[in-house]
Write a protein that binds this ligand. Sequence first.
Ligand code: F6P
Length: 336
Amino acid sequence: MKIGILSSGGDCPGINATIRGVGKTAIMHYNMEVIGIHSGFSGILKKDIQVLDERSLSGILNLGGTILGTSREKAFRKLLISGDGEHSSAIKRQYHHMGLDCIVCIGGNGTQKTAHILSELGLNIVGVPKTIDNDVWGTDITFGFDTAVNIATEAIDRLHSTASSHKRVMVVEVMGHHAGWIALYAGMAGGADVILLPELGYDLNRINTDIVNRSRRGKPYSIVVVAEGVKTVDKKRPADFFTQAIEQATGLETRETVLGYTQRGGNPSPFDRNLATRLGGHATELIARGEFGCMVCIKGDRVDAIPLSEVAGKLRTVTPGHDLVIQGKRMGISFG
Ligand code: F6P
């Protein structure tokens, strides 16, 4: 068999470990040919490809980013579903021209949606979930999340020094446009006092009261962790909005830090390397068994597969009943 691999959407620690897991298993265990498709889905159209062999798959396990490059898939998906069908015919033509038996699509929600469309067109597709945001439907966890939580937690730990020395409120904005997984996990692990998630909403007066009450209890500083997707009345960046609003209302000196892209750059954690390796290996196993149109996923401690039709268009978000939210609230942490 001859398989293609592409990565699409934002880069994320562990993509290269996945490419290596898929590729090495394909070559060494199943005797398959492997090609890498560059820059996401657009690489299929442009036939921008390279042969992946043992040598090119070496030394990339701990490497951040993606050796194949990536691109956002929205524009590609729009063309794909546009009425004239020209785009989809071109994709099918290139797929057959390259002699492919399957394409492994490594990506987040948007990628899995596009992967599903390609699968409906009749191409053999296997999806691998990837995102630091941890919000892909159908899997308990995505690689990249653990690394991002480690980075954000270390940043929060460091901000404690300035917060306590200067008696300031420190507002830290972390990634997570639709889901607050990073804010929840890094906020709890970093001992934040206020954690704000897009899923839970907030009451500004309550946040201010919680911070003032802490100060009255002899804790003159607070750490506020906010996910970038938390809505603000004037559509300001959450970090800007909460910093100004808290300082104005409480009179406490307040500073902001936006962690941004540092959260998804650099080496994957050991946990993410192993998760990516397992998912990659199992993706290849699915191909060898001729099981297409699905995404590999984690269920408990098992690797499983779920149809792309069930994943496409859905998001996995934090619920108010999540154990970390419940335990946090019981310990006096404010969730807004
Ligand atoms: O990778 C997911 C994510 O980090 C989101 O949390 C964030 O909103 C988005 O990517 C931003 O990425 P880009 O600027 O590359 O579109």
